[in-house]
Design a protein. Structure first.
Ligand code: TYM
Length: 345
């Protein structure tokens, strides 16, 4: 009797993630991504953390600012505690193999798969026909980012889940169509903990996002202590008090969000937080939350400023990281091209 499932990938564990080079970072990026990357760097597995500048240009970016935005994300990685000795930190565009593999994957992915991507629908809004083709095929480039390094795990926020599912579909179809079982891994999304879906401070139903027109909806990594405290003080809550258990928050999205932020910042569970504040009003909880947020973010903001004042240090890290990345990417793309049947001379 034949076994229906193809042989699994047997390569080493590798962790990879990226952040777009498109403007200011916020608390959602910190809790959903940066903080978790740092936690993963001591597990001894290779870690690749890049700046997605090629993804950034799927919507207009001022060429005079793009390189600076790339440095800013790199500065945020370093300021959050990523160590270039443990993680390859690089700009996506400095590794040409991302684009090369993305083209091959454009020919593997199906239009029907991309038509289902909710992020394209959100970002293109009512003007789909005026969006760039790049914005549409954005998740295919993301699949290339991941599979280029044969990454097995990808720490991301919840909003990236669908892109990870597409990555797995592309890997499986490539392996199957080209009779290369187990060539690409089917990467697992790492979406764990209370910080993977941080919501707006003004609306518990909307994600905290850099594109929200209201600055009060998010805490930026560049906000000073006063701005952070003010935004938390003014954040939307309700007339109730803090519940005793996290499960009692299902119909209180704004309160649930503040508790999740507190839990993520203090490395606690939601239930530990509610147990500490049970029965109290938000007048007691909000200042504590503000204190925690300032304590976590102020050193990062200060270190980002220091690094941005001397871009040479950032550029050295990015150059060394790009070289490391190219060394891994080049043989994977060479092998992929051989599998596809391209001319080799
Ligand atoms: P980007 O730049 O929009 O966001 C970077 C990371 O931050 C997470 N995030 C959040 N987490 C919790 N709450 C929020 N409100 C919140 N907002 C953002 C995102 O989930 C992400 O982890 N397509 C990606 C970048 C990318 C990528 C990749 C990621 C390109 N190639 C390959 C992983 C692997 C993006 O636009 O993320």
């Amino acid at each position: 009797m034949s076994d229906a499932s193809p042989p699994a990938y047997t390569g080493p564990r590798r962790i990879l993630s990226g952040i777009q080079a498109s403007g200011a970072l916020h608390l959602g990026n910190y809790l959903g991504a940066l903080k978790r990357f740092v936690a993963l760097q001591d597990q001894g597995d290779p870690l690749f953390v890049f700046v997605a500048d090629m993804h950034a240009i799927t919507v207009w970016q001022d060429p005079a600012l793009l390189a600076q935005q790339t440095r800013e994300i790199a500065a945020a990685y370093l300021a959050s505690g990523l160590d270039p000795a443990k993680a390859a930190i690089f700009p996506q565009s400095a590794v040409p193999q991302h684009a090369e593999l993305a083209w091959i994957f454009n020919c593997v992915a199906r239009l029907g798969w991309l038509d289902r991507m909710t992020q394209f629908k959100e970002k293109s809004g009512k003007h789909k026909e005026r969006s760039s083709v790049g914005l549409y095929t954005y998740p295919v480039l993301q699949a290339a980012d991941i599979l280029l390094y044969k990454a097995t795990e990808v720490p991301v926020g919840e909003d990236q889940k669908q892109h990870l599912e597409l990555t797995r579909d592309i890997a499986a179809k490539f392996n199957n169509d080209f009779s290369a079982p187990g060539f690409f891994p089917l990467p697992e999304p790492l979406i764990q903990g209370p910080g993977t879906r941080v919501m707006s401070l003004r609306d518990g139903a909307a994600k905290m996002s850099k594109s929200d027109p209201s600055d009060a909806s998010r805490i930026n990594l560049t906000d000073d202590a006063d701005a952070i405290s003010q935004k938390i003080k003014k954040s939307k809550t309700d007339m109730g008090v803090m519940p005793e258990v996290g499960a009692a928050l299902d119909d209180r999205p704004e309160v649930r969000n503040l508790i999740a932020i507190y839990a993520a910042l203090s490395d606690q569970t939601r239930d530990q937080v509610t147990a500490d504040f049970a029965g109290q009003g938000f007048g007691a909880f909000k200042p504590k939350l503000a204190e925690l947020a300032v304590e976590a973010l102020a050193p990062i903001t200060a270190e980002m400023r220091r690094l941005m004042a001397d871009p040479a240090e950032i550029d050295r890290v990015l150059s060394a990281g790009a070289e490391q990345a190219r060394n891994i990417a080049a043989p994977v793309v060479a092998e992929t091209k051989r599998i596809v049947g391209f001319w080799r001379g």
